[in-house]
Design a protein around this ligand. Sequence first.
Ligand code: NAD
Length: 482
Amino acid sequence: MSKNVPITVAHGDGIGPEIMDATLKIITAAGARIDIETIEVGEKVYLAGNSAGIAPEAWDSLRRTKVFLKAPITTPQGGGYKSLNVTTRKKLGLYANVRPCVSYYPFVKVKHPVMDVVIIRENEEDLYAGIEHRQTQDVYQCLKIISRPGSEKIIRYAFEYAREYNRKKVTCFIKDNIMKMTDGLFHKVFNEVGEEYPDIIKESWIVDIGAAKLATAPEDFDVIVLENLYGDILSDVAAQMTGSVGLAGSANIGNLCAMFEAIHGSAPRRAGQNSANPSGLMLGAVMMLVHIGQPDIATKVHNAWLKTIEDGVHTYDIYKPDVSKQKVGTKEFAQAVVERMGQRPTTLKAVDYTHAEPMQFNYKFPQRKKEKKELIGVDVFFDWCGVPDELANKLNEIKIDGVKLGLISNRGLKVWPDGSPETFCVDHWRCRYDTINEGQPMTHEQIVNILHKVHEAGFDFIKIENLYTFDGEPGFSAAQGG
Ligand code: NAD
């Protein structure tokens, strides 16, 4: 008998403690060989005065065990402390979020009987970098950060996962008709990395139509790889399509650590009622058992759970009088799974993880040629009220050596020169400065000089973005209509 594996457990907020108790009861009954270190995270820790929502000792436990089974936690909306989920994923380098969404038809009522989709969501960047600023009275911004290593890691992970788990196709959803640089990079990396996997079918869709296809023909999808925000949204949609968001588990995988959870949140309105479905967290725990080298226990738990679903023992979220037999609470559901331990489903496909490899893949990034980076201009953003021509006239009165004002845009649309009188403008202006000989290098001193001069003239510059070329290719977008 192999020795116990230490894991860190957090019971979370809202329905968290109930579904964690149910999950631990089930996996313990199956014989999981684990030693639990319990930590506190979330609302209680925050309210006790720790602004990060997690105590420093909790990180020690996570670094020691490297395996985290976490119940959902509450994150305040629109203010308050930052999401601890996002912080944990990033701090521990958990770049891949794996979310299988499976239809259990005919035992769970669904619109789409055939569905077995694995959503692989990028976990560390995108708009979830959470870098936001209020720059003027009326304008707020959130930076969308997409990196080549980040894209390459998650896309490679999706292809490796597909190969390891005998999946035939990997689909990428992007919006690179609009975000040509950020989503364009993700798409480009998908095409490049995909070439190394000739055995796997590759497909990409613009995310809006891709999402519509997923919602109406999930049987056409297998593994889907997405940036963070799209993946967050679409994995909830996919899980709900299988009958309930409460049915899907999730693995957050990094090179050193891994975290397992339900995909859903803390459902505060359901807390303390013994009604929540513990299946999502329990299926997250199944992935954890595979990860820690206990695939026999994972198989036992998952098959007992499938048998329970098949027997019509359902929590309120999937209970339908025409397909369900018994409506049960969280505790009773867990007990029903425990009673079926050792059994397998008879109609649904039984699982067998005994040959599954852990889901951790280590990559070495290839050495890349250093590109030639050249500064050729700057976008200076102003907080200003008025009409475009007036701003252009005022800025053109300020003489700056070797530099000229090239264009002005408002919310991305060019408004000078040749703006349109119908355009609605807000108090946030992007003014693009080029060198007199457009495309020639600009110096940092020239940028400092621009800022100095506009400041002297009484303008409030709120930020700048340098304009670079990389091996001669522009590293910035054109203005709309420009
Ligand atoms: P939610 O997923 O918590 O709940 C949405 C609805 O889904 C609930 O009202 C309930 O009807 C249903 N539901 C969710 N889980 C269920 C379950 N196990 N069984 C039965 N029904 C279930 O989403 P929300 O209301 O948007 O978020 C609540 C809180 O959870 C927020 O603070 C949010 O930030 C947080 N959250 C945490 C995580 C996480 O810890 N990983 C993930 C998402 C949201």
